[in-house]
Design a protein around this ligand. Sequence first.
Ligand SMILES: Nc1ncnc2c1ncn2[C@@H]1O[C@H](COP(=O)(O)OP(=O)(O)OP(=O)(O)O)[C@@H](O)[C@H]1O
Ligand SMILES: [Mg+2]
Length: 286
Amino acid sequence: MEFNLQHEVNKNDGAIVIRNLVKKYDKHVVLDNISLVAKEGETTVIIGPSGCGKTVLMKHMIVLERPTSGEVYFRGQRIDELSENELVPVRTQYGFLFQGGALFDSLSVYENIIFAIRQHRKITDWKEVDELVKDRLAMVGMDGYQEHYPANLSGGQQKRVALARAIALEPYIILYDEPTTGLDPIRSDVINELILKLKRELQVTSVVVTHDMKSAYKIADRIVMLHEGHILADGDAEHIRNHPHPVVQSFIHGRLSEAELEALRHGGTKFKTQYNPEDFEPAEPV
Ligand SMILES: Nc1ncnc2c1ncn2[C@@H]1O[C@H](COP(=O)(O)OP(=O)(O)OP(=O)(O)O)[C@@H](O)[C@H]1O
Ligand SMILES: [Mg+2]
């Protein structure tokens, strides 16, 4: 069982390796010495309460944010110090599904997808591009919607188109920020199935940020829980389900912790509880 809040990681341990990452905005420490590996071909899911730094952490993986200190590696190459120009060939290997989906409203589905392609290469053979768009839309069950505009699609359809756009260039890695948020359970499950299918068919490495534990259990090879700037838990679904830490249990069952309830009931202003590793024992020997 992995139960090491500060474990050593090496640059070749996975497709993405984050080492001793600290991120501060002025004096606000959002990420406090995070080390994390997204293994090749696996789906790593990041969970944690709103505002705990999941999106910030994910942005570091594609260097949309730069560390205050620490390192980020992609396929063994250090990327957090590269210039924007040097990052271009690196980012080509990423698919990125932003929080909120973010299709361009003024562009058709077809145009949204070729937008991603055009950013990275000059299109000369339009027939080939038509085929590629058709193929990607078919993968997410949206072939035939090429001429539709985002405003005329449901939330779930928009997410699927955004996913088709993220995979347009056969990425090596896909980063998903809250891919199922705002979707009903059936539409969420369509997205879960697509994430599993992309892993199966493209052998893609994925990192998924989510609040949705049902989705996390279904798609994750590994789940990492972030809390107050630290990694609180890191392991497979079983490990997380049986995790002894009260904050992990409260989170996965959607409950407030005892301390938070106490604070709410008694009108206290202190909502934050400090836990130390010695406050609890791992279920199994390390
Ligand atoms: N550019 C920024 N400047 C200053 N503070 C920021 C910036 N980006 C994020 N933060 C702060 O960092 C913290 C973590 O934000 P982040 O968006 O990563 O949370 P999150 O875990 O993704 O939350 P949610 O689940 O609500 O999406 C928040 O307190 C946020 O205000
Ligand atoms: Mg977020």
